[in-house]
Ligand binder design. Structure first.
Ligand SMILES: C[S@@+](CC[C@H](N)C(=O)[O-])C[C@H]1O[C@@H](n2cnc3c(N)ncnc32)[C@H](O)[C@@H]1O
Length: 333
């Protein structure tokens, strides 16, 4: 499906970051920074991958702690994030290999960089602070902008495409499943009614349509559009599909003793990570009735986080974005 936002200027190229956005007030504060890097236990000379560079905070810490010869292969599907990280990590020279790529293609990027396996991989999922604070990108219901939400500006579909073209039932499913929104049906109906009058093109317009479904009293703890915007962002960027493919590759690419750490912000993502780790840490999976094991499966990973690591009170106070973060890690046997 093609974007209808023809007023996007150069944003369709995915190549030319806007220099005005490279400003400190849009810097993303890394979530669970020390906890995640401690779990990866970087060693001097190791090869580490950050699949979601963002502003490069976790990547920088990995470089600092794997010096002086450690290598960091970093990727982000967003051209802005890549530009910011290149600038931030320039001081590390050839130790930092940075690519614009989706981490679902992590195997190809690692191979292209000259490696066949790595010592550690970090994913810090979701969107970055600068996505939210840049109205032009269309992620925020607080700042009016085109209804876009693509992290990769070459991506095939915008949020406007979904909102204006998906059948009612599919729209309701996305809002219910990815947003865990109890009023998904009513919201999808309100969108359906509104789009019959003309296309929905801006974040403010969509936020108003969603808000109309909620009674004004009692006031809600979160903005009425929060969960629907989250659901659309997940669908636009196929975030769960990328995680499924990325996780499978990561589990293969790690060296024995190599570690994976994943920070997720959504229960569906956390469940996928947890189930993948549990499956990898399990031995025989034959039905209990089998007298002897026929599957031959041996544990290939050790889980390092029995329960997910969450932000402590100090981080929660400084960075409310850490509220729903869950960190899990595992080590290849
Ligand atoms: C929460 S931020 C990462 C912040 C980063 N750890 C830091 O310290 O600044 C998530 C980043 O992941 C990127 N991203 C999300 N899904 C991705 C994917 N499938 N492939 C590559 N990058 C992705 C987003 O564009 C965003 O920049």
């Amino acid at each position: 499906m093609q974007s209808k936002n023809s007023s996007n200027g150069n944003r369709g190229t995915g190549k030319t970051p806007n220099p005005e956005l490279l400003t400190p007030n849009l810097v993303h504060t890394p979530v669970l920074l020390h906890e995640a890097v401690d779990l990866l236990a970087p060693r001097p000379g190791g090869v580490y991958v950050d699949g979601t560079l963002g502003a490069g905070g976790h990547a920088e810490e990995l470089l600092n702690r794997s010096g002086p010869d450690g290598v960091l292969i970093g990727m982000d599907q967003d051209a802005e994030a890549v530009a910011r990280s290149r600038e931030r990590l320039a001081q590390y020279g050839a130790r930092a290999i940075i690519r614009q790529a989706n981490y679902r293609d992590i195997a190809a990027i690692i191979e292209e960089s000259g490696y066949s396996s790595v010592d550690g991989v970090l994913l810090d999922l979701g969107m970055s602070w600068f996505h939210l604070k840049t109205p032009d990108r269309g992620f925020s219901f607080m700042l009016d902008g085109p209804l876009d939400m693509r992290m990769d500006m070459n991506g095939p579909q915008t949020a406007a495409d979904l909102v204006n073209n998906l059948p009612f039932s599919e729209l309701a499913r996305i809002i219910r499943e990815y947003g865990e929104e109890k009023r998904a049906g009513a919201i999808a109906r309100a969108i359906d009614k509104a789009r019959a009058r003309g296309p929905i093109t801006s974040t403010a317009q969509l936020a108003d349509i969603i808000s109309s479904v909620f009674p004004p009293f009692p006031p809600r703890r979160i903005h009425p559009a929060t969960l629907t915007f989250q659901a659309l962002r997940i669908a636009v960027n196929d975030e769960l599909g990328a995680l499924r493919e990325g996780l499978d590759s990561i589990m293969e690419l790690l060296k024995p003793g190599g570690r994976v750490a994943i920070i997720s912000f959504h229960s569906l993502e956390d469940r996928m990570v947890k189930q993948t780790f549990v499956h990898a840490a399990k031995g025989c999976i034959c039905p209990p009735k089998m007298p002897v094991c026929a599957c031959g499966k041996k544990p290939s990973f050790k889980i390092l986080t029995k329960h997910p690591v969450v932000a402590g009170p100090e981080e929660l106070e400084k960075n409310p974005a850490s509220r729903s973060a869950k960190l899990r890690a595992a080590e290849k046997i």
